[in-house]
Design a protein around this ligand. Structure first.
Ligand code: HEM
Ligand code: HEM
Length: 175
């Protein structure tokens, strides 16, 4: 398997970025919804810490992924694909990246404006609290999470749709 992307297929690095993000999000989204229902307890504090570590990991992964993508273009679409499909797919991927960044950055600012110290693995940050802004960023966190769930559903639906109606297995480009 090639390390970098070729014209027809994703390379190992892009695949690792994709599936690692997928696995973390698979845990991170339900964990977030579960967390907010819990009363204050040691379990809640631990899960909250795990949620922050998972979220910051996704934030770094997405940044590195976008930098990598800039230098290593994604494979071309198959020639049979029509222009509209190409456009929808590009928009979906772009929206996924933007939404993942919005989810993580809003979570980060919600915590920071709560007056909490945040560990970014290599350094720590603390700023003055501002609870109004913390609430605003939390609203963005929730909204962007629902957007992310919708976009991921659309993305998976597209893979199934291609298989069923175009008899094209696009999944093999990413596995
Ligand atoms: C991809 C990354 C992330 C996902 C998918 C995610 C998802 C979620 C979800 C679904 C909720 C529940 C929202 C609700 O219904 O009220 C939540 C809550 C929360 N998230 Fe995230 N989150 C992510 C990253 C982060 C990051 C990086 C931080 C902070 C550094 C963060 C901080 C919070 C906080 C403070 C809450 C409220 C929990 C509480 O009340 O203690 N999240 N998150
Ligand atoms: C958390 C869930 C997921 C996210 C956030 C996500 C995100 C992405 C993104 C951003 C790309 C574009 C890569 C590029 O920059 O070129 C992509 C490509 C792809 N994803 Fe996902 N993905 C997720 C789950 C899945 C799942 C579950 C499947 C399989 C059913 C899948 C199959 C694919 C395939 C086949 C491609 C390549 C599409 C092409 O050939 O152009 N993804 N994904």
């Amino acid at each position: 398997m090639r390390l970098n992307n070729s014209i027809n297929e994703y390379g190992l690095v892009a695949k690792l970025f994709h599936w690692l993000t997928f696995i973390i999000l698979l845990i991170q989204i339900p964990l977030g919804f579960y967390l907010v229902r819990l009363d204050f307890s040691d379990l809640r504090i631990t899960l909250d810490e795990i949620h922050v570590i998972g979220g910051i990991l996704v934030f770094y992964l997405t940044l590195f992924r976008l930098i990598y993508k800039f230098f290593n273009k994604s494979p071309r679409f198959s020639p049979e694909i029509f222009i509209g499909q190409k456009f929808i797919s590009k928009i979906n991927h772009f929206a996924l990246y933007i939404t993942i960044l919005t989810v993580t950055i809003s979570g980060i600012f919600k915590k920071l404006y709560n007056g909490e110290k945040l560990d970014f693995f290599l350094f720590k940050i603390r700023i003055d609290d501002n609870f109004d802004l913390a609430d605003k960023f939390y609203e963005i966190h929730i909204l962007s999470n629902y957007t992310l769930i919708a976009l991921i559903s659309l993305h998976i639906f597209a893979v199934i749709f291609h298989k069923l109606f175009f008899k094209e297995n696009i999944l093999k480009r990413m596995t």
